[in-house]
Design a protein around this ligand. Structure first.
Ligand SMILES: [Zn+2]
Length: 250
């Protein structure tokens, strides 16, 4: 580490659970974030600040004015530009030592493998079930741990899906997508902006724990945060032996 890096990461270096070896793991880590929306914004800001070596961002959308109420990676001047470009600008402003790789494409089963294969960890901050199942299947196939979060209105949830290390995959826990129209989008249901900050920051914290080996990850657990009542609770999840998605790794 350079003297500048030692100063930049000083508050991590004195943490017993991270220290020099943990910070070095963060500097060497390659993390892919699906979506540079509300969840991705907070997660990417903290992971850039933490010095994660490579931050990949998958998003084919452009910044719109109604995003800015919660997507704090983007600003007013970036309305109309690609989210991957706006993300790269913000990330390099926070930490020029981080390499940001933009993938301005819609994720499909044709391109997912090729995009995912150069990363060690995936964060899913996407907003639809098709993408979540595709992200899960690609992570299962490549044995990449997946931190997935979701939110609506005032409530968010987060879990780690890591079947190659003994936990359930996303599809073990959510075997069937809800019927079309049953789960309203943020545009239809609304969302309290700061909830994206809380849940995205939890994603970053879980990623930092997993990369450095600190503490106990949310493997086989879902943490639910209800902002309206200021409550959290945890659910225990388990491997579904008849899950079609991860049967190859069981
Ligand atoms: Zn499974």
């Amino acid at each position: 580490m350079t003297p500048q890096e030692i100063e930049r990461y000083a508050r991590h270096l004195i943490l017993r659970e991270i220290g020099g070896p943990g910070q070095q793991k963060l500097l060497n880590a390659k993390l892919l974030c699906i979506g540079a929306g509300g969840l991705g914004s907070a997660a990417l800001l903290y992971l850039a600040a933490a010095g994660v070596g490579v931050l990949g961002v998958v998003d084919d959308d452009v910044v719109s004015l109604s995003n800015l109420q919660r997507q704090v990676l983007h600003d007013t001047a970036s309305v109309g530009t690609l989210k991957t470009k706006s993300a790269a600008t913000s990330i390099s402003r926070i930490n020029p030592g981080v390499q940001c790789v933009g993938h301005a494409v819609r994720l499909t089963n044709k391109n997912a493998m090729e995009i995912f294969q150069s990363y060690d960890l995936v964060l899913d901050g996407s907003d639809n079930f098709d993408t979540r199942y595709l992200v899960n299947q690609t992570c299962v196939d490549l044995k990449i741990p997946l931190i997935s979060a979701a939110m609506s209105q005032w409530e968010g949830q987060i879990g780690l899906y890591d079947p190659s290390n003994g936990g359930p995959c996303y599809q073990c826990v959510f075997p069937q997508r809800p019927a079309a129209g049953l789960v309203p989008s943020c545009a239809e249901a609304g969302i309290m902006g700061a909830l994206a900050g809380v849940m995205g920051s939890m994603m970053a914290a879980e990623a930092i724990k997993l990369i450095t080996g600190a503490g106990q990850p949310l493997r086989g657990e879902i943490l639910i945060y209800d902002a309206l009542f200021g409550e959290t609770r945890k659910l225990v999840t388990s491997v579904n032996l008849s899950c079609k998605s991860c049967k190859s790794v069981k």
